[in-house]
Design a protein around this ligand. Structure first.
Ligand code: HEC
Ligand code: HEC
Length: 345
């Protein structure tokens, strides 16, 4: 040991004492920066978002620990994680009196620190029973084995994440849920009138902005299968496998045509509803998942396949996100004679 030390000292043209002292200094500085400094910044006071958990929420938290949800989900947004869907930078006071902490280090699934109020309760129930029903491409395991009681506790815990901020979002969910249920109980036609009345006037007067071409419809079909099919069903009648857990149940798209008198548009309505979801119901918003062109595409697919009514009246300005010109060649299995737009009709 001594011999090695003196060799190192000689190599650095320094004394053994300085080498030992210098090494200890480096270790001490590193410990200070990575261990003591963070400890010093921990405040044992609640943040302004914090509130205590209820009994049911605490029970859900125990199910979260028991099922190892933390191996796939974080509850901690660092400044470098900030982005769409991870809005609030974590503060130590958010975790006041929480033990064990559930910060997590893996994000196989999304961060859940602000999950409360993002979805309705019935969305969560269907998602826990089988995540593929609400998110067809999800790799999250099923938790049906937990049973109704534990799933209820898990949902309560999910809806508490974000504390007072979550409570605020839940207030909005509950307010619209009441309205949605009232409209739903009046029957499908009344329900659709209510749904469409929620869409701002300018959107209701807007035809689809993106031409209903074969390739747009083909892209829309893929998006529908990746995001919508578990609730709205393969034939668009609202009878996907998740539907029996949802109230209101998904809309039957094939009945929409009778709400469209000549000259009325559906493209803008669909776009607005898909972008923002229908708060208070299981219909999620897709503004974080789908960019504009994809929302038009899936709307075009619903128009063409389920409603049997297309209303593209605009000529898109600029280059569409996926340009298909006259020379692009056929996209679908059954090519139709090509024109640059409107080829699907
Ligand atoms: C193997 C990894 C894995 C495990 C374990 C896991 N999840 Fe997930 N989770 C995911 C993935 C991936 C997603 C994104 C797709 C989806 O919505 O299903 C997700 C999504 C979610 C969402 C929806 C987030 C949103 O707003 O879109 C919630 C809530 C959730 N998980 C809760 C849980 C809970 C509670 C547990 C434990 C009982 C758990 N997860 C266990 C991977 C996992
Ligand atoms: C978790 C289930 C669920 C998923 C996933 C889902 N929806 Fe919905 N959707 C609903 C429910 C429930 C309603 C009905 C709400 C009501 O009647 O108040 C609805 C309503 C709608 C409406 C309103 C129809 C109208 O005429 O007012 C549109 C459009 C729609 N969904 C499109 C989509 C698209 C496109 C996707 C996929 C990108 C999708 N939905 C994914 C549950 C879902």
């Amino acid at each position: 040991m001594r011999a090695i030390l003196s060799k190192i000292a000689a190599a650095f043209r320094s004394s053994e004492g300085i080498i030992v002292f210098g090494s200890l200094l480096v270790v001490f500085a590193a410990t200070l920066a990575t261990v003591y400094w963070p400890v010093l910044t921990i405040k044992d006071t609640p943040s302004n978002q914090w509130r205590p958990l209820t009994k049911l929420e605490l029970e859900g938290r125990r199910r979260y620990v028991a099922n190892g949800c933390t191996y796939c989900h974080s509850q901690y947004v660092r400044p470098q994680d900030w982005g769409i869907g991870a809005e609030r930078i974590a503060k130590t006071g958010d975790y006041y009196r929480q033990s064990p902490h559930l910060l997590g280090s893996e994000r196989t699934g999304p961060d859940l620190s602000q999950e409360g109020g993002e979805h309705s309760d019935d969305w969560h129930i269907a998602h826990f029973i089988n995540p593929r029903w609400t998110r067809p491409r999800s790799l999250m395991p099923r938790f049906e084995f937990e049973g109704d009681r534990n799933i209820k506790a898990l949902v309560a815990y999910m809806q508490s994440l974000g504390d007072k901020n979550a409570d605020e979002r839940m207030e909005i969910q509950k307010r619209f849920h009441k309205e949605a249920i009232a409209a739903y109980k009046k029957g499908p036609d009344e329900n659709i009138r209510w749904l469409h009345a929620r869409v701002p006037k300018t959107w209701r007067a807007m035809p689809t902005e993106s031409p209903v071409t074969n390739s747009s419809v083909a892209r829309g079909e893929k998006i529908y299968q990746d995001y919508c099919i578990g609730c709205h069903g393969p034939v668009g009648d609202g009878n996907g496998p998740a539907a029996k857990y949802l109230e209101p149940r998904p809309v039957n798209f094939t009945t929409l045509k009778r709400h469209l008198v000549e000259g009325k548009y559906i493209g803008g309505i669909l776009y607005y509803q898909i972008m923002n979801g229908i708060t208070g119901t299981a219909m999620p918003y897709f503004k974080k998942d789908l960019e504009s062109a994809k929302i038009w595409d899936v709307g075009n697919y619903i128009e063409k396949n389920f409603i049997n009514h297309t209303d593209d009246k605009y000529i898109t300005e600029g280059i569409p996100a996926s340009y298909e010109g006259k020379h692009a060649g056929p996209v679908t299995k059954k090519p139709t004679p090509e024109s640059s737009r409107g080829e699907a009709r």
